[in-house]
Design a protein around this ligand. Sequence first.
Ligand code: NAD
Ligand code: TDX
Length: 337
Amino acid sequence: MSRELLVTGGAGFIGSNFVHHLVARTDARVTVLDKLTYAGNPASLAGMPEDRVRLAQGDIADAALVEELVAPMTGEDDAIVHYAAESHNDNSLSDPSPFLQTNLIGTYTLLEAARRHGTRLHHISTDEVYGDLELDDPERFTEATPYNPSSPYSSTKAGSDLLVRAWVRSFGVRATISNCSNNYGPRQHVEKFIPRQITNVIDGVRPRLYGAGLNVRDWIHADDHSSAVLTILERGALGETYLIGADGEQNNKQVVEMILRLMGEDPDAYDHVVDRPGHDLRYAIDPTRMRTELGWEPAYRDFESGLAATIDWYRGNEAWWRPQKAATEAKYATTGH
Ligand code: NAD
Ligand code: TDX
């Protein structure tokens, strides 16, 4: 019998990418549990076969609903793959409350269901739990780096990781954790840096760079994140944490200039705007463990060509992003970003 997976947050950017990946590479049957907040979009699951993927709209913090979905998952290989989260740092600075509810209480609710039923759980987290690095720091983040989150978003993700670790140790829950660097690719919400700038340029609006733009992010294509998560599900050791990255460090200024150049515009045609409070300077992942212990390798090795393909996707899929664009920019206008 094929494995059953409960993918939380599967109508968001990275969770939906994982569902596409599963359908193409495995015979798994998938239930997506997603609240369909402003960040969730059922159109991201368009084309998925109905006999393999079903969408349950609901909240991961709804214990009765989670119980109903997890109880029948009795196969040894069945698993919860937990992507659902409030995911945007800027939103967490305006209103932290949904971040505490979803990222902490939601994760707790899933852990309790996994504990009751002995279900495997893989928890998706972020490199932001480690805080930030200096630009010239020779060390990158590893599985041993101490937690030091900066924002309401990253502190609630850090808290969710610690809950998973405690449920492993105290209750023997069969769980793994992955902390990934910044993702890019199709179907990312237009609030995030890369799609915001691409869609601004499509609209004839100048890209907006926070502060001096020297902050560094370690970009990985979402397809590579998905292949890494599937690798951990198949070969990861229970109780362990894996860091996922693809050696993709770029500063924000370089990324904006690359977008403008790839879109046929003057690479200097952007504006510096007010910086993000508490803005992390640099993230960088050392992915050695994924490569040496699990034999995983990223497929996208050239950021510029991955970015060009992402630009093509936004050009060709305006119907997917257009409905969110005006409201997103109206929200940014209230903070000067
Ligand atoms: P996203 O905001 O695009 O998607 C999040 C999804 O979760 C949405 O579909 C939303 O409707 C759903 N959701 C929110 N609250 C919910 C709730 N209470 N119950 C059920 N569903 C709910 O986010 P993303 O960028 O796809 O990130 C997915 C995961 O990956 C998050 O856990 C995030 O912390 C992690 N992550 C993201 C990145 C990145 O670069 N975007 C990097 C590393 C890790
Ligand atoms: O308009 C912008 N201009 C700008 O300069 C926006 C939206 C962002 N930025 C900067 C801030 C960051 O240095 O670009 C960088 C990337 O910003 P975001 O896309 O907001 O991502 P970040 O804050 O780095 O967090 C992302 O990566 C880690 C995801 O949103 C998180 O969910 C993930 O955990």
